[in-house]
Ligand binder design. Structure first.
Ligand SMILES: Nc1ncnc2c1ncn2[C@@H]1O[C@H](COP(=O)(O)OP(=O)(O)O)[C@@H](O)[C@H]1O
Ligand SMILES: N[C@@H](CCC(=O)OP(=O)(O)O)C(=O)O
Length: 363
C-alpha cells in the first residue's frame, strides 16, 4: 500500500483458506498472528473493520463427524451457526489479550438493499468504531440462502469498504495476488499494479477453490469496482508472516496485487448506489438522446421522455439498472417512482426525473 500515507480507516477481509488448515481444522496460529498485527495497526491509530469468513469451515470441523446425510443448505446453516460462535470466541479472546474489544456484525444482502437499512448498518459500525470496538463482519449464513446470498465475503467486504468510507480494502487469501496465468505454472507472475479500469478476467481460472465461494473471479471484479469508487484495494497472502504490518505500517515491498484507487471518490449516496447493482429490481431502456445526455453531462438526470421501456417490478427508491438503446449496461440509479408509474409516464415530457443525477451512478 502507499507507504507514505497514514491510513485512517481500512477494511481487512480474511478468507476461509487463510483461517483453515489443509485438513479443514481452524489454523489457530494464523488467526492469532493476524490478530497480533491488527492490534499493532489499532495501536498505531488505524481504525480496522474486519470481514472474516471461516464460520462454515469452523463449524464443519466440529460437526461433520457427527451429522449424517444432510442437504447442502441445511449443512451450511448448521455449520455456520456453530462455527460463527467458535470463531468469534477465538477472536474475542485474542483481542482481549491486547485490551481490545471486538464485536460481531452479522448481515445479509437484504440488510443493505434499502437506503434506510444501509444507514442503520453503517450507524452500528460507526458507533462501534467510536467506542474503540473492532467490528468483525460476516454474512449471516444461517438465514442467507441461495438467491439471498452475497456472491461471497469479497463482495460483502467491498460493500462495507464503500459504506464505511474506508481508504483501503485488504483482501487476504491463500495466494500472493492475481497471477498472469495459472498460479500452478512456475512461469506465471503476480500482477503487481492494476490501473483503474483494467480488466484482468483473461488471467483468472474460473474453477473455484474447495473452501472459498466466489474464488479469484469475484475478488478481481469487486476489487476493480471498489478501486473505481476511490478506495485502494490490495489482494495479498494472509499466510505470509507480518503481511498486514508490512502492507499498512512499514510499507515494505511485499508481493501483492494492488488496484490503484481512481481519483474520483463518489459521494456517500452514489457509493451506495454504485455498489448496489446486485440489488437492482428492474431496468430502464434509454433512447439514444438520453444515453448521450447522461454520458456527456454529470448534471443530466433521466427523464421519462428519454425512456423507451421499463423492465421488472419495483417500488419508489429501489435500485434499477440503466441500459443503452442496444441493451448494454450504462449504470445504476435510484428510481423516484414505482414501476407502474414509470410505465405510465414513458415518453412523456415535463415530469420530474425518473432518476435524478444525484442518484445516478454510471459505469
Ligand atoms: N490468476 C489467478 N491468480 C491467483 N489465483 C487464482 C487465479 N485464478 C484462480 N485462482 C484461485 O483463486 C483462489 C483464491 O480464491 P478463494 O478460494 O475464493 O480464496 P478465499 O477463501 O481466500 O476467499 C486461489 O487459491 C487460486 O487457486
Ligand atoms: N460466510 C462464510 C464465508 C463465505 C465466503 O465468502 O468464504 P471466502 O470465499 O473464503 O471468503 C463463512 O463464514 O464461512
Amino acid at each position: 500500500m502507499d507507504c507514505n500515507k497514514k491510513y485512517r480507516r481500512i477494511v481487512i477481509k480474511i478468507g476461509s483458506n487463510v483461517l483453515t488448515r489443509e485438513d479443514g481444522r481452524p489454523d489457530t496460529t494464523r488467526i492469532s498472528a493476524l490478530v497480533d498485527q491488527i492490534a499493532g495497526l489499532y495501536r498505531a491509530g488505524v481504525e480496522v473493520i474486519l470481514v472474516s469468513s471461516g464460520a462454515v469451515a469452523s463449524g464443519r470441523s466440529v460437526l461433520e463427524p457427527r451429522v449424517g446425510r444432510i442437504d447442502t443448505v441445511s449443512a451450511r446453516q448448521l455449520f455456520s451457526a456453530v462455527g460463527q460462535v467458535k470463531l468469534l470466541n477465538r477472536y474475542y479472546d485474542l483481542f482481549n489479550e491486547y485490551g481490545i474489544v471486538c464485536g460481531q456484525v452479522l448481515t445479509t444482502k437484504e440488510s443493505l438493499s434499502t437506503r434506510r437499512q444501509y444507514l442503520n448498518q453503517r450507524n452500528c459500525m460507526e458507533a462501534m468504531l467510536a467506542a474503540g470496538v473492532v467490528p468483525i463482519v460476516n454474512e449471516n449464513d444461517t438465514i442467507s440462502v441461495t438467491e439471498l446470498m452475497f456472491t461471497d465475503n469479497d463482495e460483502l467486504s467491498g460493500l462495507v469498504a464503500a459504506m464505511m468510507d474506508a481508504e483501503a480494502l485488504v483482501i487476504l487469501s491463500n495466494i500472493d495476488g492475481i497471477y498472469d496465468g495459472s498460479p500452478a505454472d512456475p512461469a506465471s507472475q503476480v500482477i503487481r499494479r492494476v490501473a483503474p479500469g483494467r480488466d484482468l478476467s483473461q488471467y483468472i481460472d474460473t474453477a473455484r477453490s474447495s473452501r472459498g465461494r466466489g474464488g479469484m473471479t469475484t475478488k478481481s471484479r469487486i476489487s476493480s469496482r471498489v478501486a473505481g469508487e476511490g478506495i485502494e484495494v490490495v489482494i495479498a497472502n494472509g499466510r505470509r508472516d507480518g503481511i498486514l504490518t508490512d502492507l499498512v505500517l512499514t510499507g515494505r515491498d511485499v508481493v501483492c496485487t494492488r488496484f490503484e484507487a481512481a481519483p474520483r471518490p463518489a459521494s456517500g449516496v452514489k457509493k451506495w448506489i454504485a455498489s448496489s447493482e446486485g440489488f437492482a429490481k428492474g431496468a430502464l431502456h434509454l433512447d439514444a438522446g438520453a444515453a448521450a445526455a447522461i454520458s456527456q453531462s454529470k448534471a443530466a438526470s433521466i427523464l421519462a421522455v428519454g425512456v423507451t421501456a421499463v423492465e421488472g417490478e419495483f417500488e419508489r427508491d429501489d435500485i434499477v439498472r440503466i441500459l443503452s438503446p442496444e441493451g448494454a449496461p450504462l449504470g445504476v440509479g435510484r428510481i423516484s417512482c414505482d414501476s407502474a408509474t414509470a410505465r405510465r409516464n414513458l415518453g412523456r415530457k415535463g415530469l420530474k426525473p425518473l432518476i435524478h443525477c444525484d442518484y445516478l451512478y454510471l459505469e
